[in-house]
Ligand binder design. Structure first.
Ligand SMILES: Cc1cc2nc3c(=O)[nH]c(=O)nc-3n(C[C@H](O)[C@H](O)[C@H](O)COP(=O)(O)OP(=O)(O)OC[C@H]3O[C@@H](n4cnc5c(N)ncnc54)[C@H](O)[C@@H]3O)c2cc1C
Length: 469
């Protein structure tokens, strides 16, 4: 069994650590933020007091998709039980829809089950579960660089260097340092060739608010969690222990909507959307939190067919991250963590060149298409929002975009297609898998192609601007 050092105790780092510890590896997680979580049951303290400066989105809305939950149930069942015990919300994305949209519940609908919570609660639970699984978590340890064996042609990483001058050695170092991972500059510092890296501003801004129920209930889910309207998207997310959150996502270039950061205008906007309005009827437990400058970034540690370094891999956001409105980050990190676990079952980390190549191969084959699909979706949505702001229809030569819009619209009026659309949103099927089923494309075209650009009720741009003026 190997000694594995994981850099970062975020959602991806903790999940990776647990998976590897279950395979009896010696797993050490180092985390820059000094404060540890309160006990998992103390969800108020996790929300109100736990400081996590290392994660920008720590107090922003998160929803764990059914794909994530399927993996947790299968791979990390103790963590799943602990989440439920901490008051995480159990929700079925089909059952929660109005019956006239989904029809009767069917066998197989349990694939839309998930369990979700506010991010600090998720992390507090996962952190305790990781320690219970034998993971050592050292907080307040900042990694500043990589240690190497000093003599390999392609640098071989043998651990990390920390801010207090200590080197921690490991057979394998896993960078789970998140969106702002400094791996590229650390590789440069040890003389490695540059990894392949693509990055660009995703172009979205999030205006988010969390609420707590005054009555103990949760707002009714009248439609999909993510809804697109003229000039903005709304996201309504159930949370743990009678909490939930609402996001208004706009294009960062849309200056007219920047005032949504002001609570009064944010509420004035929400009040214009009949399917969203009631989600703001609760006790606010946050301000209107704004996050901009979110990058799409993809990184590959094999360039021109050879590893740029060995003994180190990147998992989760450190490997690739996107605009989060489809909520796939934690699921993708877990998919990739599982690839690493499986690879370590058959490849000794001492075989470092092979491990580097095979992990790159697996990540590229399995996870990269998921990243690309998310970026594809974001690019179209952003262009559509830009067209909205310009008062023009959005036109594209890409035939897949109108089909994906038609699937959404058809899913609003047809219970089978509601399941098809929700499978994609739940990240348990790809659009190709849904559309590839017999007869589906014809029904999507018949029911969805002629639909309004925004088939759900909401204000046109001019009305929205008037409401928030
Ligand atoms: C606004 C927003 C909303 C999101 N909503 C969702 C959602 O609904 N569903 C979903 O699945 N995903 C969502 N995501 C994505 C999700 O947050 C990430 O995919 C997930 O956190 C990735 O986990 P990670 O472990 O890779 O990185 P992170 O969770 O970011 O953790 C990285 C950790 O590394 C530590 N670290 C960094 N550098 C160092 C260093 N030098 N030394 C020591 N420690 C270090 C940091 O302190 C941090 O704790 C959202 C993201 C954003 C921005």
């Amino acid at each position: 069994m190997a000694r594995i050092l994981i850099l970062g105790a975020g959602l991806g780092g903790l999940a990776t650590a647990m998976l590897l510890a279950r395979d009896r590896h010696e797993v050490i997680v180092v985390e820059r933020d000094p404060a540890g979580p309160p006990p998992p049951a103390d969800t108020d303290t996790a929300w109100n007091d736990w400081q996590r400066r290392g994660v920008n989105q720590f107090r922003l809305p998160h929803f764990m998709l059914p794909r994530w939950w399927q993996q947790v149930r299968e791979l990390l069942p103790e963590a799943g039980d602990a989440l439920r015990a901490a008051g995480a919300r159990q929700v079925n994305l089909i059952e929660a829809l109005p019956v006239e949209r989904r029809g009767p519940i069917r066998p197989g609908d349990e694939r839309f089950d998930t369990v979700t919570a506010r991010r600090p609660v998720l992390e507090a639970v996962l952190s305790a579960a990781a320690e219970a699984a034998g993971v050592t978590i050292r907080r307040g340890v900042t990694v500043t660089g990589l240690a190497t064996d000093g003599h390999s042609r392609v640098p071989r990483v043998t651990g990390v260097l920390t801010a207090d001058g200590i080197a921690i050695s490991a057979d394998l170092t896993v960078d789970c340092g998140g969106r702002r991972s400094a791996l590229r500059s650390w590789l440069q510092a040890i003389g490695a060739r540059a990894p392949i890296e693509e990055r660009s501003d995703s172009g979205f801004v999030y205006h988010c608010r969390h609420f707590r129920s005054r009555t103990g209930g949760q707002p009714a889910m009248l439609t999909n969690l993510l809804q697109h309207y003229d000039s903005l998207s709304a996201i309504t997310l159930p949370g743990d222990n009678g909490t939930w959150s609402v996001v208004l996502a706009t294009a960062s270039r849309d200056k007219a909507l920047r005032c949504l950061r002001e609570p009064a205008r944010w509420h004035a906007a929400v009040a214009r959307y009949p399917l969203v309005e009631h989600w703001a009827d609760g006790e606010p437990i946050s301000g209107v939190d704004v996050l901009a400058g979110i990058e799409d970034r993809y990184r590959r540690l094999v360039a021109d067919g050879d590893p740029v370094a060995t003994g180190v891999v990147a998992v989760g956001d450190a490997w690739a991250c996107t605009n989060p409105s489809v909520g796939r980050g934690a699921s993708m990190a877990l998919i990739q963590a599982r690839l690493l676990r499986d690879l370590l079952r058959e490849t000794d980390p001492a075989d470092h060149d092979k491990l580097a190549r095979r992990f790159d191969e697996a990540s590229t084959q399995v996870v990269e298409p998921l990243y690309r699909a998310t970026v594809w979706n974001d690019r179209h949505r952003l262009a559509e929002m830009a067209a909205d702001a310009a008062g023009a229809p959005y036109r594209t030569d890409d035939p897949q975009w109108p089909v994906s819009k038609a699937l959404l619209a058809a899913g609003l009026v047809d219970p089978d297609l509601a399941r098809g659309y929700t499978s994609v949103a739940a990240f348990i099927a790809t659009p190709d898998e849904v559309l590839g089923a017999p007869g589906v494309v014809d029904r999507v075209v018949a029911l969805g192609m002629g639909a309004a650009q925004y088939p759900q009720p909401g204000p046109a741009r001019g009305e929205l601007l008037a409401a928030i003026a």
